[in-house]
Ligand binder design. Structure first.
Ligand code: AMP
Length: 282
């Protein structure tokens, strides 16, 4: 596996491969890799000649009181995991490589970025949109792979790539889960043993709501029941639980299958924020 830390080296190596007709698949990450990330690598390998992973903890997507400084940085272990699954290329830049000191670029997508996670984490998606645009500009992949786990992010990036004519196909991979249903996340390592034992309530609540869902039914009783189930655990604070349209991220009043409803949830368990979501109809 080639490892590059500078934009110049990364571009040079990739442009050469692209000129030779190699199809590039790209997975942007913040590292602390788990099987969820690696599943996207494996997915990319099926349809691309070269798989590129980036590891970059992007400061502009963290709020002032968030965990930027504490976010796990495990580059050596991550590189080994990528090597093991046959990833071809790791790009791990420093912030000096990604942001110019006098930078003045700002991407706004207010109708997608201001609600849900964007409301809880002001500025988060502006930072995500900016870094993903830069990374796609550096790597220029044919396909980029994102997890359904970060559902709002995947919707936003799909639209960003479309609106900027990036010529990059955006592919969303399924959420990988632990055996008890907890969605894999780099932040799960922050949970104490007790909190970890409580965490499956998120998946169990989503599954319960999915099973109770009937086409055309009102969403409000389902939402209320889900919040009750989550709040029954004292250590959990519910940031939001709602059922939204996959297309617009707007809350749905009724379970209209043409809107491809998705239940989205964010909770704080102790001090750790956990996100999850589930399609209501398969
Ligand atoms: P992150 O390192 O958290 O920025 O995640 C990098 C990519 O991996 C994003 O597209 C995430 O949606 C995706 N991802 C994170 N967790 C999972 C998971 N459990 N299953 C599948 N993909 C995931």
């Amino acid at each position: 596996m080639e490892i590059h830390h500078t934009v110049a080296q990364c571009k040079l190596a990739l442009r050469d491969l692209q000129q030779k007709g190699q199809k590039i698949g790209f997975i942007p990450t913040m590292g602390a890799l788990h099987q969820g990330h690696l599943s996207l690598v494996k997915m990319a390998q099926k349809s691309c000649d070269i798989v590129v992973v980036s590891i970059y903890v992007n400061p502009t997507q963290f709020g002032p009181n968030e965990d930027f400084a504490l976010y796990p940085r495990t580059l050596t272990e991550d590189a080994l995991k990528l090597q093991e699954v046959g990833c071809n290329f790791l790009f791990a830049p420093s912030t000096e490589e990604i942001y110019y000191p006098n930078e003045d670029l700002y991407i706004q997508m207010p109708s997608l970025s201001k609600r849900w996670e964007g409301a809880m984490r002001p500025g988060h998606f502006e930072g995500v949109a900016l870094v993903v645009t830069k990374l796609l500009g550096i790597v220029r992949p044919d396909k980029a792979f994102f997890g359904h786990k970060d559902f709002q992010q995947s919707v936003l990036i799909r639209q960003l790539a479309r609106d900027l004519f990036l010529d990059c196909e955006i592919i969303t991979g399924p959420t990988l889960r632990e055996a008890d249903g907890l969605a894999m996340s780099s932040r799960n390592r922050y949970l104490s043993a007790h909190e970890r034992s409580l965490a499956p309530v998120i998946y169990n609540t989503l599954m319960h709501i999915k099973k109770k869902s009937v086409m055309g039914a009102p969403t409000e009783p389902l939402q209320k029941e889900a919040i009750q189930l989550l709040k029954a655990v004292d250590e959990i604070h519910v940031d939001y639980f709602d059922i939204v349209s996959s297309k617009t991220l707007e809350p749905l009043q009724l379970l209209d299958p043409s809107q491809e409803p998705v239940a989205i949830v964010a909770v704080k368990l102790g001090t750790t924020r956990l996100l999850d979501n589930m399609k209501i109809f398969d």
